[in-house]
Design a protein around this ligand. Structure first.
Ligand SMILES: *Cc1c(COP(=O)(O)O)cnc(C)c1O
Length: 377
């Protein structure tokens, strides 16, 4: 038997979520963020499915940008961290990438290079996140240096990143937007400020280009929210199967360390998924899991290839029955909250050994979520 653990990627949900970005930020250009292999969903599936509608794509690493080009993506691709050194600059120029410039060393690299064709750059301003970017007072000087670089295309753009847009009432976001607006160039050139939370909660941050990531995948960027309440549909459904059902006795303890003890005689299911598949090892007993589409709970420690579930509510469950770890019917946000993480981390950590299967209802395909269907990756 092949391993029954599979992640279904719902392309119709992805397109629906893209449409929700359009609705929230009408008339703005959309840079679809597909870094980290499209947040674990597979950039090779996600980018081609959005290529006819996204205005551009954004990735973190040059290898990811190369991969998009080798898939035949011809839309602009923005390298969010920019380049590190001359070699990367030459490669970026070869692949016709847009570059974020956030540090003076990158300007030095541009000043010293000679390229066949100038590259487009986005100057990044640090308006309060204090991670990447120039202080507002440095912008004019850096701008001038970039304008004088033969390797830089003339339409320099201006961007910043919001640190707390996911906290709907936090005054920090207003301060960041005000700081950005106070930069002279901000009213003259194309701008970009908004991540998913900016798209959904801060219309004044929309600028010319919005940069949604997580919401494309159907996940809410807000710590207290759900994708569904934002009109989003989950793209990834992480599934497996029961491979054993055991009748245990009151007092029996489950798994490594015996951290959970049966309070009564009860059926316990063993699911063919573990931390080597990307299910979080620190998920505590009580974390929700769906068996046959009904809610039950994880019990005991997650091991490398297996985890156990409470089947008291499902006395007829049998080996082979389908299990959903997150996705349809069980938001990744809810699992993440139980684990003390965020859904961004859960989905982007899906392990390479997990087979992926595409669902596309727009293409007339049935929305089956059986772990035995679909192609593997
Ligand atoms: C990852 C990233 C985004 C997308 O953020 P989400 O919260 O996933 O929407 C936007 N801009 C930058 C600079 C990023 O690194």
């Amino acid at each position: 038997m092949t391993r029954p653990t599979r992640a279904f990627i719902d392309i119709s949900a992805l397109r629906h979520n893209f449409q929700q970005v359009r609705k929230a930020a009408p008339g703005r250009k959309i840079l679809a963020v597909v870094k980290a292999d499209a947040y674990g969903h597979g950039a090779a599936r996600v980018a081609p499915a959005l290529d006819d509608r996204a205005d551009a794509f954004a990735v973190a690493r040059i290898e990811e940008a190369e991969a998009l080009r080798s898939l035949g993506i011809t839309k602009p691709v923005l390298l969010l961290g920019g380049v590190c050194g001359h070699e990367e600059l030459v490669a970026a120029a070869k692949y016709d990438l847009d570059l974020v410039v956030h540090h003076e060393s990158q300007i030095v690299t541009l000043e010293r290079a000679s390229l066949h064709k100038p590259v487009r750059v986005w100057l990044k301003v640090d308006t309060g996140m204090h991670r990447l970017g120039f202080a507002p007072g440095q912008v004019a000087g850096m701008w001038e240096r970039l304008e004088n670089c033969k390797t830089v295309a003339t339409t320099i753009r201006l961007m910043t990143h919001l640190a707390r847009a996911d906290e709907r009432d936090d005054p920090g976001t207003k301060d960041q937007i005000a700081c950005f607006s106070s930069i002279d160039k901000a009213s003259e050139v194309q701008t970009s400020l908004a991540n998913s939370a900016g798209v959904l909660a801060w219309p004044e941050s929309h600028g010319d280009w919005v940069r949604p990531g997580i919401m494309l995948y159907g996940i809410s960027p807000f710590s207290d929210g759900s994708g569904e309440s934002e009109g989003l549909r989950p793209v990834m459904t992480f599934t497996s199967r029961l491979i054993a059902v055991n009748r245990l006795r009151k007092g029996d303890s489950i798994g490594y360390g015996g951290t959970w003890t049966c309070p009564e005689d009860m059926p316990v299911g063993v699911v063919a998924v573990g931390y080597a598949d990307g299910y979080p090892r620190h998920a505590p007993s009580g974390t929700p899991v769906l068996v046959n589409d009904a809610r039950t709970q994880l019990i005991g420690r997650v091991s490398m290839d297996l985890l156990s579930v409470d089947l008291r509510s499902q006395p007829t469950a049998r080996p082979g029955d389908p299990v959903i770890l997150w996705g349809r019917g069980l938001p990744a946000e809810e699992v993440a909250a139980r684990v003390g993480s965020i859904a961004y981390e859960l989905v982007s950590r899906i392990a390479p050994r997990v087979a992926m299967a595409v669902i596309d209802e727009d293409a007339g395909q049935e929305p089956v979520l059986s772990p035995s269907t679909g192609e593997s990756r």
